[in-house]
Write a protein that binds this ligand. Sequence first.
Ligand SMILES: [Zn+2]
Length: 127
Amino acid sequence: MPKKLSRSKLVKKLDTVFSKYIRISSADKNGYCTCVTCGVVKHWKEIQAGHFMSRKHYSTRWDENNVHPQCVACNVYRAGEQYKYSVFLGQYQAEELYLKSQELVKYTNVELEEMIEDYTERLKEIT
Ligand SMILES: [Zn+2]
């Protein structure tokens, strides 16, 4: 039986596989993604999966509508460009995500493991 991962390790593992899934699934056939807030085009390995509502909100942390390719400049140095992000999403989606982010969600370790498995499978299908 494989050793059970701690909760923080599960969260980290899910973040990694989810980020990879977002970037690869958003890439064109040559592996390039467009930053949703400034339009710069970069290879998926050189772009990040940027959150509209911060990762501190677990209810939207792994919501595919809330996470899109974003360059390091926008995601890190310009703190996520949340206003421009909302323009990209459109008012309706931005509002929906805002409301969902305010819900308190606590995923169980089993749920986290299931999401890791799910995204690992989905990654295999597209790579
Ligand atoms: Zn950018």
